[in-house]
Design a binder for this molecule. Structure first.
Ligand code: AMP
Length: 295
């Protein structure tokens, strides 16, 4: 699979390229990364590019075309590649066409990540923050001032590529404002529909979908098993309820009896008390009668 990711700085090209690399086992060819490595190593190309990059300009076409031409020759690029940040101008796109034609290689698609410009500054600031948090050096061009310049470059020099590839029926546009996961899924869906995945990758994608199908089937089976078990569960529940009802009935049946016994006991006690009282009263009355008789 040979793919170009097109989009302004901060649109997620690098992130998506890495995810595609991971999934499809092809290489990511980022001219920005290669140029930064050249700057760090102090090579002649690096020395030439350093100032331009720091100011948000574009490195001359022949330099980046030369880098890409050499990189495509490497064995790891034979299986396919994702171009991230290249081409950035129409002459670069024409040079790439020529390179691929000579090698009898086909470009599968150009995926444009379309984003709202207003979101880009926040994204670039976030990227700088995350880089700092990892203890890595922040890119010199990830500042609001340089970003403004890079966006202007994108509009005037890179955006014409949208028309260039659309005319050649290679352009596919994805909403880059969706979540990273959604964008990846959309790109993969497009690539599958295009048949851009190599047989092996296709098999992997197939087995992945088979696995998810099996998972879906299992969920379905569990659901139907649950459904089948529902009457049994209901019966068991009804049994439990009936038992509880019997217990409750017994309890309520017992309750009046208990109450009656209590009542009877109370009455008996009262009667006994009354009897005792009557006895005492009789005794007292007897005593009084005796006393009066004496008088
Ligand atoms: P990137 O990492 O793609 O944002 O690129 C960082 C910087 O590298 C750009 O702002 C340019 O200065 C330079 N650069 C990367 N790719 C190209 C290219 N294809 N053509 C010209 N300059 C490039």
């Amino acid at each position: 699979m040979r793919l170009i990711l097109l989009g302004p700085p901060g649109s997620g090209k690098g992130t998506q390229a890495q995810r595609l690399v991971h999934r499809h086992g092809i290489v990511q060819l980022s001219t920005g990364e290669m140029l930064r490595a050249a700057v760090a190593a102090g090579t002649p190309v690096g020395l030439q590019a350093k100032e331009i990059m720091a100011n948000g300009g574009l490195v001359p076409d022949e330099v980046v075309v030369g880098i890409i031409a050499d990189r495509i020759e490497e064995p790891d690029a034979k299986k396919g590649f994702i171009l991230d940040g290249f081409p950035r101008t129409v002459p670069q796109a024409e040079a790439l066409d020529e390179l691929l034609r000579k090698k009898h290689l086909k470009l599968d698609a150009v995926v444009e990540l379309r984003v709202n410009e207003s979101a880009l500054l926040a994204r670039v600031e976030k990227r700088a923050e995350e880089t700092r948090a990892r203890g890595e050096e922040v890119r010199l061009d990830d500042t609001p001032e340089v970003l403004t310049k890079r966006l202007a470059q994108y509009r005037s020099l890179t955006e014409p590529l949208i028309h260039y590839y659309s005319e050649r029926r290679k352009l596919l546009t994805v909403d880059g404002m969706m979540t990273i996961e959604h964008v990846t899924r959309e790109i993969n869906r497009i690539l599958t529909a295009l048949g851009a995945l190599e047989p092996k990758e296709h098999e992997e994608a197939k087995s992945a979908s088979k696995a998810s199908k099996t998972a879906r089937k299992t969920t379905k089976a569990v659901k139907s098993a649950k459904k089948a078990a529902k009457p049994a569960r209901k019966a068991a529940e009804a049994g439990r309820k009936a038992k509880a009802a019997r217990k409750a009935a017994k309890k309520t049946a017992k309750q009046p009896a208990k109450k009656a016994v209590k009542k009877a006991a109370k009455q008996a006690a009262r009667a006994a008390n009354a009897r005792k009282g009557a006895k005492a009263a009789k005794k007292t009355a007897k005593k009084l009668t005796k006393k009066r008789a004496k008088r």
